[in-house]
Design a protein around this ligand. Sequence first.
Ligand code: CMX
Length: 132
Amino acid sequence: MEVEHIGIAVKNLDEAVLTYEKFLNTDCYKTETVKTQQVETAFLKAGDAKIELLGATSPHSTVQKFVEKRGEGVHHIAFEVNDIEQEMQRLQNEGFSLLSDSPQVGADNKQVAFVHPKDNNGVLIELCQSRD
Ligand code: CMX
């Protein structure tokens, strides 16, 4: 598995984009609202990986809940896999708790699935596979 991106939950997406543009010395190359996940996202390149800034689009968004409970910060680490359904099955067999039975449509034209943070030492993990 390769780290595809690191998701960071923020209160104000526009302000966070300016901060990370300054820090990484690169422009945000893409923004996208993901209705299914109730988030708006902004992507910046960081070497081979990406930073995904995440803002909530609804009070019911998991990102809103996260920010209220834990404050802004690293929300998840995403790993790119070649065959997401096979990886989900493998992880399930290893005893990890998948948060959905099948992959969902995520940001950046990916299929995504999440593993509960309780199984990964407090870190929410996203599996992702390009839909191209
Ligand atoms: N990382 C680490 N821990 C987290 C967490 C996260 N992102 N989100 C919640 N938690 C912790 C909480 O702090 C809480 O811990 P305690 O029991 O110690 O208090 C516990 O998990 C349960 O938290 P909760 O607030 O009750 O949250 P829920 O159980 O309702 O939901 C989770 C948690 C992970 C199941 C839910 O956020 C989820 O389904 N996430 C997957 C989808 C997602 O995050 N989508 C947004 C990103 C989409 C994208 O990148 O496009």
